[in-house]
Design a protein around this ligand. Sequence first.
Ligand code: AGP
Length: 588
Amino acid sequence: MCGIVGCVMARPAAPLLLDGLKKLEYRGYDSAGIAVSDGGAISVVKRKGRVKGLEDARALKGGTGVGHTRWATHGAPSECNAHPHCFGGICIVHNGIVENAATLKEECVRRGETFSSQTDSEVIAHLIAAEEGDLLTAVRAALQKISGSYAVAVLSERAPDTIVCARRASPLVVGCDGEGSYVASDIPAVAADGRAVYVLGDGEFAVLKKGEPPAFFDGALTPVKKAAIAYDACADTPQKQGFPHFMKKEIAEAPQSAEQSFPDLQSEVYSALCEVLCQTEHIHLVACGTAYHSTLCMYYVTHRFAKMTAQPFIASEYRYMDPIVPRGTLCITVSQSGETADTLASAALAKARGAKLLAVTNVKHSSLERMSDFVLPTHAGREIAVAATKSFCAQLAVLYALSHTIAQCRGHQAPPVSPLFSAMREALAAGEKVRAWVPYFVGARSVFFLGRGADRYAALEGSLKLKEVSYLPSEGYPAGELKHGTLALVDARTPVVALITDPAVADKTMNAVHEVSARGAPVFLITTIPACLGCAEVTACVLLPACEPAYSPMLTALPVQLLAYYVALACGNDPDKPRNLAKAVTVE
Ligand code: AGP
């Protein structure tokens, strides 16, 4: 999604802004721009497309500037819709959505002002320009008129060498060192050796001025003191390390990510959590996309082994469904980024209704982490490709550990999770066979992923991954539901991937294989059961190591992720940057 960088320093700002924007590229964007102030006058360069298109801005003079990568929401990707947006000597970059932009714009137009973009963001510059007083006061007054979410960084011709920043429901961090002050929408874009980094709280403001340390203010503009956070300054943007794409590298890192993420069950944090888990009667699982699929897997395992219902919810539904949150509810939110707008809003709602919050997230200091009562980090390392791969397996490791603990609390036994980690390494090697399946998928009319039990949830994830990076229409489906309508879609141009890992229902899923094969569909089998391999109707198969069927998504995820990757390549797509998608969905 959109990204913000900014700096106030004695040397030229442009090179630093361009480098900062490059660090934000992984988030997904379609246009970019920078604005640099040289003692008052502000120069703006913006382009549709990649940050490298801004190279001519490197020579801009001036030590104060802001930069932005835009992921279009209101208005097509174009130069005029790219940020920064300027009006009346005010220049802004904005992440988030101004929900009442139409009404606010009408007021500005009535005053005789004209707009040069179709964005919701431009109105912020107009509102600030219309305010009296110093820049901080004007920014606060303008933002009070806005409904929606924002992280903003503001330059003014009337306040040289100054940036005013503010946030509501969209992340922003501030840094400072001997050379100057910095702002960015995520920590890696601001982190550097010897630099202090501060996380701006919701509703807070920061003023960055040349030659001064950054000053922080609460919503009433009362100064607040902030402690610098501890972060890994050496953690550079990950490199591909010889892999052709981040997606391939990150799939390869999945076994390690899962193993590292499995919580230390003896730790103080886990013991404290254990007490909560043992007392709780109601668990809500809330997440989006791939993270939602990992909660479905936890639901299944908890049901199976702990004989308890941990209820999964899609966050964008939960936040508007007036959820019933009984006393003593534990709300477990799962998010790779820890910044997904719907997940954050759901967490806030559950908290307001009395739930305790447990965050399972991959990003330290994320908004989700900071608002939660308990945190179980996934240790997947930074995930750069937009498609979630290793983070899914890392989430499963944490969530299966929780289910295991809940089962124990309730006097039940759950099989150990740890044998999965070495099995994942074997599954990764075996999964490479899917590369040979690619010709059957390129140009397919539609693809089905079928399974029962835990396989059903891995089927959902396999389908999401394929759609995301290959752009092929696809569905993940419970195998037994096919003949209730979906079978009408199946023909020779609809390859079917069948996931079969549970001997108890293997024959049942095999029935679905026979049904689709009888309609001419090529069938590809991913199984842990050698006896399933003999089926003459199967075009090709991958045999994975045996494992506890309820935990099998941790293994089957790997060949389905690889399949999506190889099909994307064959379709000529960049698997790391699928069209229209962003890594962290920080707006509704
Ligand atoms: C998955 O490949 C997607 N990138 C997407 O579904 C993602 O999982 C979802 O947007 C949730 O993101 P989060 O884990 O950062 O909250």
